[in-house]
Ligand binder design. Sequence first.
Ligand code: UN1
Length: 475
Amino acid sequence: MAATLESTSPATGEVLGSVPEGDEQAVARAVEAAQAAYEHWRLVPAPKRGEILFRFAHIVEREKAALTDLMTREMGKVKAEAGGDVQEAIDMAYYMAGEGRRLFGQTTPSELQDKFNMSVRMPVGVVGAITPWNFPIAIPSWKLLPALVSGNTVVLKPSADTPLLGQRFVELLGEAGLPDGVVQIVHGHIGEALVRHPGVPIITFTGSRETGVAVTKAAADHLKHVHLELGGKNAIIVLDDADLELAVEGIIWSGFGTSGQRCTAASRVIAHAAVYDELQSRLVARAEQMRLGPGWEDDTDVGPVINRAAVEKIHSYTKIGEDEGATLLTGGEIATDGDLAKGHYYRPTIFGAVDAQMRIAQEEIFGPTVSLIEVHDFDEAIRVSNGIKYGLSSSIFTRDVNKAFRAMRDLQAGITYINAGTTGAEVHLPFGGTKDTGNGHREAGQAALDVFTEWKSIYVDYSGRLQRAQIDVAP
Ligand code: UN1
Protein backbone atom coordinates (compact mmCIF):
# COMPACT_ATOMS: atom_id res chain seq x y z
CA MET A 1 0.00 0.00 0.00
CA ALA A 2 1.28 3.45 -0.88
CA ALA A 3 2.46 5.52 2.06
CA THR A 4 0.26 8.38 3.18
CA LEU A 5 0.92 11.52 5.14
CA GLU A 6 -1.70 12.42 7.71
CA SER A 7 -2.65 15.97 8.48
CA THR A 8 -3.60 16.61 12.10
CA SER A 9 -4.94 19.78 13.65
CA PRO A 10 -2.57 21.49 16.09
CA ALA A 11 -5.68 22.84 17.83
CA THR A 12 -7.27 19.51 18.70
CA GLY A 13 -5.10 16.65 17.45
CA GLU A 14 -7.96 15.64 15.15
CA VAL A 15 -6.96 13.95 11.88
CA LEU A 16 -8.10 16.21 9.04
CA GLY A 17 -7.19 14.06 6.09
CA SER A 18 -4.24 12.56 4.30
CA VAL A 19 -2.25 12.84 1.10
CA PRO A 20 0.00 10.38 -0.72
CA GLU A 21 3.52 10.55 0.66
CA GLY A 22 6.21 10.91 -1.97
CA ASP A 23 9.65 9.36 -2.15
CA GLU A 24 12.70 9.87 -4.36
CA GLN A 25 10.98 8.17 -7.32
CA ALA A 26 7.97 10.43 -6.92
CA VAL A 27 10.29 13.45 -7.05
CA ALA A 28 11.95 12.09 -10.19
CA ARG A 29 8.56 11.56 -11.87
CA ALA A 30 7.39 15.04 -10.89
CA VAL A 31 10.55 16.66 -12.26
CA GLU A 32 10.23 14.73 -15.51
CA ALA A 33 6.63 15.84 -15.95
CA ALA A 34 7.55 19.45 -15.14
CA GLN A 35 10.42 19.31 -17.64
CA ALA A 36 8.09 18.06 -20.35
CA ALA A 37 5.52 20.74 -19.55
CA TYR A 38 8.21 23.43 -19.63
CA GLU A 39 8.72 22.91 -23.36
CA HIS A 40 5.27 24.25 -24.18
CA TRP A 41 4.65 26.52 -21.14
CA ARG A 42 7.69 28.67 -21.88
CA LEU A 43 6.19 29.39 -25.31
CA VAL A 44 2.76 30.43 -24.04
CA PRO A 45 2.71 34.24 -24.39
CA ALA A 46 3.32 35.83 -20.99
CA PRO A 47 0.02 37.82 -21.08
CA LYS A 48 -1.81 34.49 -21.50
CA ARG A 49 0.10 33.04 -18.56
CA GLY A 50 -0.91 36.14 -16.64
CA GLU A 51 -4.58 35.60 -17.53
CA ILE A 52 -4.47 32.20 -15.86
CA LEU A 53 -3.13 33.86 -12.70
CA PHE A 54 -5.89 36.44 -12.97
CA ARG A 55 -8.48 33.64 -13.03
CA PHE A 56 -6.66 32.02 -10.11
CA ALA A 57 -7.04 35.26 -8.14
CA HIS A 58 -10.81 35.17 -8.76
CA ILE A 59 -11.03 31.52 -7.75
CA VAL A 60 -9.08 32.07 -4.53
CA GLU A 61 -11.39 35.01 -3.76
CA ARG A 62 -14.36 32.68 -4.21
CA GLU A 63 -12.67 30.08 -1.99
CA LYS A 64 -11.39 32.53 0.61
CA ALA A 65 -13.79 31.52 3.39
CA ALA A 66 -13.20 27.79 2.89
CA LEU A 67 -9.41 28.17 2.72
CA THR A 68 -9.48 30.40 5.79
CA ASP A 69 -11.44 27.83 7.73
CA LEU A 70 -9.15 24.99 6.64
CA MET A 71 -6.14 27.06 7.67
CA THR A 72 -7.48 27.66 11.18
CA ARG A 73 -7.79 23.88 11.44
CA GLU A 74 -4.67 22.63 9.70
CA MET A 75 -2.16 25.34 10.60
CA GLY A 76 -3.87 26.87 13.62
CA LYS A 77 -3.76 30.64 13.13
CA VAL A 78 -6.81 32.66 14.08
CA LYS A 79 -9.52 33.46 11.56
CA ALA A 80 -8.56 37.06 10.84
CA GLU A 81 -4.93 36.12 10.26
CA ALA A 82 -5.83 33.08 8.17
CA GLY A 83 -7.99 35.35 6.01
CA GLY A 84 -5.01 37.69 5.69
CA ASP A 85 -2.81 34.80 4.57
CA VAL A 86 -5.29 33.90 1.82
CA GLN A 87 -5.69 37.57 0.88
CA GLU A 88 -1.94 37.84 0.44
CA ALA A 89 -2.14 35.09 -2.21
CA ILE A 90 -5.03 36.89 -3.95
CA ASP A 91 -3.03 40.13 -3.96
CA MET A 92 0.03 38.33 -5.30
CA ALA A 93 -2.02 36.64 -8.01
CA TYR A 94 -3.38 39.98 -9.26
CA TYR A 95 0.06 41.56 -9.07
CA MET A 96 1.83 38.75 -10.93
CA ALA A 97 -1.02 38.45 -13.44
CA GLY A 98 -0.18 42.05 -14.40
CA GLU A 99 3.47 41.08 -14.77
CA GLY A 100 2.37 38.97 -17.73
CA ARG A 101 1.94 42.24 -19.63
CA ARG A 102 5.14 43.78 -18.30
CA LEU A 103 8.10 41.50 -17.59
CA PHE A 104 10.03 44.57 -18.64
CA GLY A 105 13.49 44.34 -20.08
CA GLN A 106 15.61 47.20 -21.35
CA THR A 107 16.22 48.57 -24.80
CA THR A 108 19.35 50.63 -25.13
CA PRO A 109 21.14 52.54 -27.85
CA SER A 110 23.99 50.77 -29.59
CA GLU A 111 27.46 52.20 -29.90
CA LEU A 112 27.29 51.23 -33.59
CA GLN A 113 25.07 52.50 -36.38
CA ASP A 114 22.13 50.38 -37.62
CA LYS A 115 22.25 48.10 -34.64
CA PHE A 116 19.56 47.45 -32.03
CA ASN A 117 20.13 46.31 -28.42
CA MET A 118 17.75 44.90 -25.87
CA SER A 119 17.64 42.61 -22.87
CA VAL A 120 14.82 40.21 -22.07
CA ARG A 121 13.94 38.03 -19.10
CA MET A 122 14.14 34.31 -19.88
CA PRO A 123 12.56 31.51 -17.86
CA VAL A 124 15.05 29.01 -16.47
CA GLY A 125 13.22 25.67 -16.32
CA VAL A 126 11.87 23.65 -13.42
CA VAL A 127 11.69 25.44 -10.08
CA GLY A 128 11.85 23.41 -6.85
CA ALA A 129 9.78 25.27 -4.25
CA ILE A 130 9.99 24.22 -0.61
CA THR A 131 7.44 26.06 1.48
CA PRO A 132 6.82 26.30 5.25
CA TRP A 133 3.66 25.76 7.27
CA ASN A 134 3.39 29.23 8.82
CA PHE A 135 2.00 30.96 5.70
CA PRO A 136 0.66 27.89 3.93
CA ILE A 137 -1.17 29.74 1.15
CA ALA A 138 0.67 33.08 0.99
CA ILE A 139 4.20 31.71 0.68
CA PRO A 140 3.43 29.19 -2.09
CA SER A 141 1.89 32.15 -3.94
CA TRP A 142 5.06 34.22 -3.45
CA LYS A 143 7.10 31.48 -5.04
CA LEU A 144 4.86 29.87 -7.63
CA LEU A 145 3.14 32.87 -9.18
CA PRO A 146 6.25 34.83 -10.24
CA ALA A 147 7.88 31.55 -11.32
CA LEU A 148 4.88 30.68 -13.50
CA VAL A 149 4.26 34.05 -15.08
CA SER A 150 7.92 34.07 -16.10
CA GLY A 151 7.45 30.79 -17.97
CA ASN A 152 8.96 28.27 -15.55
CA THR A 153 7.30 25.09 -14.37
CA VAL A 154 7.33 24.08 -10.69
CA VAL A 155 7.62 21.14 -8.35
CA LEU A 156 6.13 22.22 -5.02
CA LYS A 157 6.97 20.51 -1.76
CA PRO A 158 4.73 22.01 0.91
CA SER A 159 5.45 21.50 4.59
CA ALA A 160 4.52 18.08 5.94
CA ASP A 161 2.51 19.97 8.61
CA THR A 162 0.15 21.61 6.10
CA PRO A 163 -0.23 19.21 3.15
CA LEU A 164 -3.97 19.74 2.62
CA LEU A 165 -3.58 23.49 2.08
CA GLY A 166 -0.71 22.84 -0.33
CA GLN A 167 -2.83 20.35 -2.21
CA ARG A 168 -5.76 22.76 -2.40
CA PHE A 169 -3.51 25.54 -3.69
CA VAL A 170 -2.37 23.38 -6.59
CA GLU A 171 -5.90 22.13 -7.35
CA LEU A 172 -7.11 25.72 -7.64
CA LEU A 173 -4.28 26.55 -10.05
CA GLY A 174 -5.50 23.66 -12.17
CA GLU A 175 -9.05 24.97 -12.05
CA ALA A 176 -7.75 28.36 -13.22
CA GLY A 177 -6.59 26.69 -16.41
CA LEU A 178 -2.95 25.93 -15.75
CA PRO A 179 -2.02 23.19 -18.25
CA ASP A 180 -1.31 19.70 -16.94
CA GLY A 181 2.19 19.14 -15.70
CA VAL A 182 3.09 22.80 -15.21
CA VAL A 183 2.81 22.52 -11.42
CA GLN A 184 3.59 19.27 -9.65
CA ILE A 185 3.21 18.63 -5.95
CA VAL A 186 5.10 16.06 -3.91
CA HIS A 187 4.45 15.58 -0.20
CA GLY A 188 6.60 14.31 2.60
CA HIS A 189 10.17 14.60 3.70
CA ILE A 190 11.60 14.69 0.21
CA GLY A 191 13.13 18.17 0.20
CA GLU A 192 16.67 16.89 -0.16
CA ALA A 193 15.80 14.72 -3.17
CA LEU A 194 14.28 17.77 -4.83
CA VAL A 195 17.26 19.97 -4.03
CA ARG A 196 19.70 17.36 -5.38
CA HIS A 197 17.78 16.53 -8.55
CA PRO A 198 19.89 17.67 -11.54
CA GLY A 199 16.76 18.59 -13.52
CA VAL A 200 15.81 21.42 -11.14
CA PRO A 201 17.98 24.48 -11.80
CA ILE A 202 16.29 26.79 -9.27
CA ILE A 203 15.55 26.11 -5.63
CA THR A 204 13.47 28.52 -3.58
CA PHE A 205 13.29 27.72 0.11
CA THR A 206 11.72 29.33 3.17
CA GLY A 207 12.64 27.86 6.53
CA SER A 208 15.37 27.74 9.12
CA ARG A 209 18.90 29.06 8.77
CA GLU A 210 20.33 25.57 9.36
CA THR A 211 18.28 24.01 6.58
CA GLY A 212 19.11 26.98 4.34
CA VAL A 213 22.82 26.21 4.73
CA ALA A 214 22.18 22.52 3.96
CA VAL A 215 20.14 23.46 0.87
CA THR A 216 22.95 25.70 -0.38
CA LYS A 217 25.53 22.95 0.05
CA ALA A 218 23.36 20.30 -1.60
CA ALA A 219 22.63 22.64 -4.54
CA ALA A 220 26.27 23.57 -5.06
CA ASP A 221 27.25 20.45 -7.04
CA HIS A 222 24.91 21.51 -9.83
CA LEU A 223 25.52 25.26 -9.43
CA LYS A 224 21.81 25.81 -8.90
CA HIS A 225 20.28 29.18 -8.34
CA VAL A 226 19.25 29.21 -4.71
CA HIS A 227 16.81 31.65 -3.18
CA LEU A 228 16.61 31.53 0.63
CA GLU A 229 14.26 33.14 3.09
CA LEU A 230 15.48 32.21 6.55
CA GLY A 231 15.13 33.32 10.12
CA GLY A 232 14.67 36.54 11.99
CA LYS A 233 15.13 37.97 15.47
CA ASN A 234 13.26 41.15 14.78
CA ALA A 235 13.14 44.03 17.23
CA ILE A 236 10.77 46.89 17.91
CA ILE A 237 12.51 49.99 19.28
CA VAL A 238 10.39 52.21 21.52
CA LEU A 239 11.94 55.62 22.09
CA ASP A 240 11.09 57.99 24.97
CA ASP A 241 8.95 60.17 22.67
CA ALA A 242 6.87 57.29 21.30
CA ASP A 243 3.09 57.03 21.34
CA LEU A 244 3.15 54.31 24.00
CA GLU A 245 -0.33 52.95 23.41
CA LEU A 246 0.37 52.60 19.71
CA ALA A 247 3.65 50.85 20.52
CA VAL A 248 1.83 48.41 22.81
CA GLU A 249 -0.63 47.59 20.02
CA GLY A 250 2.22 47.06 17.56
CA ILE A 251 4.18 44.82 19.94
CA ILE A 252 1.19 42.65 20.87
CA TRP A 253 0.25 42.20 17.21
CA SER A 254 3.77 41.51 15.95
CA GLY A 255 4.88 39.49 18.97
CA PHE A 256 1.89 37.24 19.52
CA GLY A 257 0.10 37.23 16.13
CA THR A 258 0.32 33.79 14.50
CA SER A 259 1.47 32.71 17.99
CA GLY A 260 4.83 34.32 17.22
CA GLN A 261 5.41 31.92 14.33
CA ARG A 262 6.28 34.47 11.68
CA CYS A 263 9.77 35.11 10.32
CA THR A 264 8.84 38.74 10.80
CA ALA A 265 7.56 38.34 14.38
CA ALA A 266 8.83 40.82 16.97
CA SER A 267 10.70 38.73 19.51
CA ARG A 268 12.67 41.63 21.01
CA VAL A 269 11.48 44.97 22.33
CA ILE A 270 14.20 47.56 22.83
CA ALA A 271 12.79 50.23 25.12
CA HIS A 272 14.24 53.54 26.26
CA ALA A 273 14.75 53.59 30.05
CA ALA A 274 12.34 56.53 30.40
CA VAL A 275 9.41 54.42 29.14
CA TYR A 276 10.61 50.91 29.97
CA ASP A 277 8.60 50.36 33.20
CA GLU A 278 5.39 51.77 31.84
CA LEU A 279 5.70 49.79 28.62
CA GLN A 280 6.47 46.59 30.51
CA SER A 281 3.43 46.83 32.75
CA ARG A 282 1.09 47.66 29.85
CA LEU A 283 2.44 44.76 27.78
CA VAL A 284 2.11 42.25 30.60
CA ALA A 285 -1.46 43.38 31.29
CA ARG A 286 -2.38 43.02 27.61
CA ALA A 287 -0.68 39.63 27.22
CA GLU A 288 -2.55 38.28 30.24
CA GLN A 289 -5.89 39.25 28.73
CA MET A 290 -5.27 37.21 25.58
CA ARG A 291 -7.48 34.18 25.20
CA LEU A 292 -5.98 30.98 23.89
CA GLY A 293 -8.13 28.69 21.78
CA PRO A 294 -8.77 27.18 18.37
CA GLY A 295 -8.35 29.63 15.53
CA TRP A 296 -11.86 29.16 14.22
CA GLU A 297 -13.52 30.48 17.40
CA ASP A 298 -14.38 34.16 17.17
CA ASP A 299 -13.03 35.15 20.57
CA THR A 300 -9.64 33.47 20.23
CA ASP A 301 -6.67 35.84 20.38
CA VAL A 302 -3.87 33.29 20.23
CA GLY A 303 -4.09 29.95 18.42
CA PRO A 304 -1.96 26.85 18.93
CA VAL A 305 1.62 26.42 17.80
CA ILE A 306 2.22 23.99 15.00
CA ASN A 307 3.18 20.72 16.73
CA ARG A 308 4.56 18.99 19.80
CA ALA A 309 8.20 19.63 18.84
CA ALA A 310 7.46 23.36 18.50
CA VAL A 311 5.83 23.60 21.91
CA GLU A 312 8.79 21.79 23.44
CA LYS A 313 11.31 24.04 21.71
CA ILE A 314 9.47 27.16 22.85
CA HIS A 315 9.28 25.85 26.41
CA SER A 316 12.97 24.97 26.41
CA TYR A 317 13.71 28.64 25.68
CA THR A 318 11.68 29.66 28.72
CA LYS A 319 14.02 27.54 30.82
CA ILE A 320 17.03 28.96 29.01
CA GLY A 321 15.83 32.52 29.72
CA GLU A 322 15.31 31.79 33.40
CA ASP A 323 18.72 30.14 33.67
CA GLU A 324 20.29 33.14 31.97
CA GLY A 325 18.84 35.40 34.65
CA ALA A 326 16.06 37.13 32.71
CA THR A 327 12.84 37.84 34.62
CA LEU A 328 9.84 35.81 33.50
CA LEU A 329 7.04 38.38 33.72
CA THR A 330 4.14 36.36 32.36
CA GLY A 331 3.39 33.10 30.54
CA GLY A 332 6.23 30.64 30.29
CA GLU A 333 4.03 27.58 30.32
CA ILE A 334 2.29 25.08 28.11
CA ALA A 335 -1.46 25.72 28.41
CA THR A 336 -3.42 22.56 29.21
CA ASP A 337 -6.65 23.74 30.81
CA GLY A 338 -9.78 22.07 29.47
CA ASP A 339 -9.76 21.35 25.75
CA LEU A 340 -6.44 23.14 25.30
CA ALA A 341 -4.79 19.91 26.48
CA LYS A 342 -5.79 18.30 23.18
CA GLY A 343 -3.71 20.77 21.16
CA HIS A 344 -0.34 22.51 21.35
CA TYR A 345 -0.84 25.80 23.15
CA TYR A 346 1.74 28.07 24.73
CA ARG A 347 0.91 31.09 26.84
CA PRO A 348 2.05 34.50 25.59
CA THR A 349 5.38 34.92 27.35
CA ILE A 350 7.28 38.07 28.23
CA PHE A 351 10.75 38.25 29.71
CA GLY A 352 11.99 41.47 31.34
CA ALA A 353 15.51 42.60 32.25
CA VAL A 354 16.90 40.78 29.25
CA ASP A 355 20.52 41.32 28.28
CA ALA A 356 20.97 41.75 24.54
CA GLN A 357 23.51 38.91 24.43
CA MET A 358 21.34 36.30 26.12
CA ARG A 359 20.32 33.35 23.97
CA ILE A 360 16.64 34.31 24.27
CA ALA A 361 17.59 37.65 22.68
CA GLN A 362 19.80 36.13 19.98
CA GLU A 363 18.19 32.90 18.77
CA GLU A 364 14.98 32.44 16.83
CA ILE A 365 12.37 30.83 19.10
CA PHE A 366 9.47 30.92 16.61
CA GLY A 367 6.84 31.14 19.32
CA PRO A 368 4.97 33.65 21.49
CA THR A 369 8.00 34.77 23.49
CA VAL A 370 9.05 38.42 23.68
CA SER A 371 12.19 39.75 25.39
CA LEU A 372 12.31 43.29 26.79
CA ILE A 373 15.70 45.01 26.65
CA GLU A 374 16.33 48.40 28.28
CA VAL A 375 18.55 50.97 26.54
CA HIS A 376 19.54 54.56 27.31
CA ASP A 377 19.68 56.35 23.98
CA PHE A 378 18.96 56.12 20.27
CA ASP A 379 22.44 54.92 19.28
CA GLU A 380 22.38 52.10 21.80
CA ALA A 381 18.92 51.09 20.55
CA ILE A 382 20.18 50.82 16.97
CA ARG A 383 23.28 48.92 18.11
CA VAL A 384 21.20 46.39 20.03
CA SER A 385 18.69 46.00 17.21
CA ASN A 386 21.56 45.27 14.79
CA GLY A 387 23.45 43.04 17.22
CA ILE A 388 22.11 39.74 15.92
CA LYS A 389 23.01 37.48 13.03
CA TYR A 390 19.70 37.98 11.23
CA GLY A 391 18.39 40.99 9.29
CA LEU A 392 14.77 40.52 8.26
CA SER A 393 12.42 43.08 9.80
CA SER A 394 12.88 46.03 12.14
CA SER A 395 10.76 48.77 13.66
CA ILE A 396 10.93 52.00 15.59
CA PHE A 397 8.27 53.97 17.43
CA THR A 398 9.18 57.64 17.66
CA ARG A 399 7.66 61.03 16.84
CA ASP A 400 11.05 62.49 15.93
CA VAL A 401 11.33 62.56 12.14
CA ASN A 402 15.11 62.90 12.25
CA LYS A 403 15.50 59.77 14.35
CA ALA A 404 13.04 57.93 12.13
CA PHE A 405 15.13 58.70 9.06
CA ARG A 406 18.37 57.76 10.80
CA ALA A 407 16.77 54.45 11.77
CA MET A 408 15.68 53.85 8.16
CA ARG A 409 19.29 54.32 7.14
CA ASP A 410 21.04 52.46 9.96
CA LEU A 411 18.87 49.46 10.85
CA GLN A 412 20.47 46.41 9.24
CA ALA A 413 17.37 44.70 7.90
CA GLY A 414 15.53 44.11 4.66
CA ILE A 415 12.40 45.76 6.09
CA THR A 416 11.99 48.76 8.42
CA TYR A 417 8.68 49.96 9.84
CA ILE A 418 8.15 53.40 11.32
CA ASN A 419 5.43 53.54 13.99
CA ALA A 420 4.20 50.05 13.18
CA GLY A 421 5.24 46.58 14.32
CA THR A 422 7.57 44.25 12.42
CA THR A 423 4.89 42.42 10.43
CA GLY A 424 2.62 43.41 7.59
CA ALA A 425 4.62 43.24 4.39
CA GLU A 426 2.66 44.01 1.20
CA VAL A 427 3.11 41.95 -1.93
CA HIS A 428 4.31 44.63 -4.31
CA LEU A 429 7.47 45.48 -2.37
CA PRO A 430 10.56 43.28 -2.06
CA PHE A 431 10.43 40.91 0.92
CA GLY A 432 13.55 39.44 2.46
CA GLY A 433 16.44 40.12 4.74
CA THR A 434 20.09 40.98 5.07
CA LYS A 435 22.84 39.02 6.83
CA ASP A 436 21.91 35.43 7.76
CA THR A 437 18.27 35.88 6.80
CA GLY A 438 19.05 34.98 3.23
CA ASN A 439 21.49 35.12 0.36
CA GLY A 440 20.68 38.50 -1.12
CA HIS A 441 17.55 37.65 -3.08
CA ARG A 442 14.09 39.03 -2.45
CA GLU A 443 10.61 37.63 -2.89
CA ALA A 444 7.52 39.57 -3.93
CA GLY A 445 7.39 42.73 -6.02
CA GLN A 446 9.49 43.12 -9.14
CA ALA A 447 12.45 41.69 -7.24
CA ALA A 448 10.86 38.22 -7.28
CA LEU A 449 11.34 38.09 -11.06
CA ASP A 450 15.10 38.20 -10.55
CA VAL A 451 14.92 34.87 -8.73
CA PHE A 452 12.97 33.14 -11.48
CA THR A 453 14.46 34.57 -14.67
CA GLU A 454 17.81 35.03 -16.32
CA TRP A 455 18.70 37.96 -18.51
CA LYS A 456 19.44 37.55 -22.15
CA SER A 457 21.04 40.45 -24.02
CA ILE A 458 20.21 40.57 -27.71
CA TYR A 459 22.05 42.54 -30.41
CA VAL A 460 20.46 42.94 -33.84
CA ASP A 461 22.72 44.32 -36.53
CA TYR A 462 20.77 45.64 -39.54
CA SER A 463 23.69 47.39 -41.27
CA GLY A 464 24.42 44.46 -43.60
CA ARG A 465 28.13 44.64 -42.87
CA LEU A 466 30.50 43.40 -40.20
CA GLN A 467 30.60 45.99 -37.41
CA ARG A 468 33.07 45.26 -34.66
CA ALA A 469 32.05 46.46 -31.21
CA GLN A 470 34.58 48.67 -29.47
CA ILE A 471 36.59 48.89 -32.72
CA ASP A 472 34.42 50.21 -35.56
CA VAL A 473 32.88 52.98 -33.49
CA ALA A 474 32.81 56.45 -35.01
CA PRO A 475 35.57 58.71 -33.66
C1 UN1 B 1 6.77 35.00 7.11
O1 UN1 B 1 6.69 35.15 8.32
O2 UN1 B 1 7.45 34.08 6.63
O3 UN1 B 1 4.79 40.65 6.82
C2 UN1 B 1 6.03 35.84 6.14
C3 UN1 B 1 4.28 39.65 7.30
C4 UN1 B 1 3.51 38.71 6.41
C5 UN1 B 1 4.40 37.70 5.80
C6 UN1 B 1 5.28 36.96 6.77
N1 UN1 B 1 2.85 39.49 5.39
O4 UN1 B 1 4.39 39.37 8.47
